[in-house]
Each structure stands twice: as structure tokens, then as C-alpha cells.
Ligand binder design. Sequence first.
Ligand SMILES: [Ca+2]
Ligand SMILES: [Ca+2]
Ligand SMILES: [Ca+2]
Ligand SMILES: [Ca+2]
Length: 273
Amino acid sequence: MSRFNAVFAGLFALTTMLPVHAASIVVDGNVSDWGLSRNGNANDWIPNRVISSNLEYIIEDQTGGASVRLFPGWGGQAYDVEALYAFTNTSHLFIALITGLSPNTPNNPAANSYGPGDFAIDFGSDGSFEFGIETTGANAGAVFRISEWAYGLWDSLGNYNPTNPDRRHPTSILAGILVGDGDLIYTDTPFKNMGVHRNDAHYVIEAAIPLSVFTGFSGKFDIHWTMNCANDALLLDPFLPPSAVPEPSIIALLAFGILALSNRRSAPAGQPA
Ligand SMILES: [Ca+2]
Ligand SMILES: [Ca+2]
Ligand SMILES: [Ca+2]
Ligand SMILES: [Ca+2]
């Protein structure tokens, strides 16, 4: 075995001996990296492998036309919030949301049409949503410390009551202070054949948010998403790691290995640089 190959073999052994880290999520709107499938089966919604030891998810796949009630509101597949997945590693919060709501849905209440809301984050799971993540527009991925949320059309009993909306379902960010930026994509090209309602169209919001934006907050938090009418919503309660001390990453170790490799390759005397 040449010295070159020996170094590569050593690198391979090093990487395969490392503990399993969170799968790398690519923020591209494709949810195959979350272990999700498109086979037209109910279990398409369930990750088919371990993505992270602290992955949590909630699934509520509904279907039907505009007159179908989702609870509290109506709208069928076009307003269905279908599944929400999230996990943290030592540096980021990763989120994937699947919905029937196109990002291009006009926000025009006069025409009974309501656009997408923003992610809302409740530290302490006490009903106060301290942070919001923009999902649409030029600021998509921006994280705000929220001072004012918009709310939906329904009261806490599920009755139409826009003047006394259910504050458990914040919709869009109205005011706040920008605290940071994450990566976020909301796909506008639908896909089908996910779950048993094979002809229904689905859109994805996928995000990676640096945990540093939540400075000053720690412990349990909930993630919420709905649209501006709050006709359908999902809430997820993952846990933030108690400590964000970075572990040595595979990339850092690989970089170390490659540095060692380049040093060894330059070792033979008399070779041109
Ligand atoms: Ca992806
Ligand atoms: Ca659905
Ligand atoms: Ca739903
Ligand atoms: Ca809170």
C-alpha cells in the first residue's frame, strides 16, 4: 500500500469510527433527507431512518375540497397543514413543514383567501411566542424577537370570531426586532404521491436556524405554524439541548486529515511544488 493510500485508509477508518451525528439536512425543499418518501402510502409521512436522536414530528394529513373542515376552519387540502418535523444539533434548529398551502396563495380576506403565516417559537411552552421566523418574501429565514403577532379568525372554542382570536395560534409577524438569519425555502412547485391521498399537491418549508439567535433563552420550546386565517395549524414541542458546546465535527476532523495528507505528499524531497 502506498503512503498516499495508507493515509486515505486511515482517514476512512477515522470517519467510520466517529459517533453518529445528525444527518446533514440540505435546505432545498426536498424532504428525502428527512427520511420521508413518496410512495403513495400512509407511512410516507414517517421518517424511514434515524435522522436525529431528538427528532420530533407531528402528522395530520387531511384532504378534500374547499368545503371540507380542517378544524377550526375549512379549506380542505389547499389549507391543510400536514406534517411538522424538527430537531436540533449543537448549532442549529432544523425544521421541515409540509402543507397543501401554496406560498403564492393570495392574502385577500375579501375573497376568502389567506396566505402563509410564519413559524412561531414559544420558549417555556407557556403560550407566549417569543420568536418568529419569516417564511415568505425577501426576508424569508429572518428571525425576530416578537413584540406583536397577528392572529386568525377563530376563538379558543373554534368559533368564527376574528375580534377575539385564539392566541394559541399566532399567524404572521407584525412587529419585532431582527435577531438573526437562517436558511429557509418554501417551495412553489408542488409534488404529489405522498401519503394515501396520492393526487393531493404538497409544498415544503425547510429551514436551518442557528441556535445563536435564541441567546438568552434555553430549555423546552414549541414550534407552531399556520396560515393567516389559522384554519389549520400544527404545534410541535422539541427540546433545545441544554448546552450548545460544539463537538468536534466530521468536517473539522476531515480538514485535519487532509492537512496531514498534503503534508505527507509534500514530504518527498526534490518534487516540484
Ligand atoms: Ca432537504
Ligand atoms: Ca393533506
Ligand atoms: Ca391538517
Ligand atoms: Ca414562551
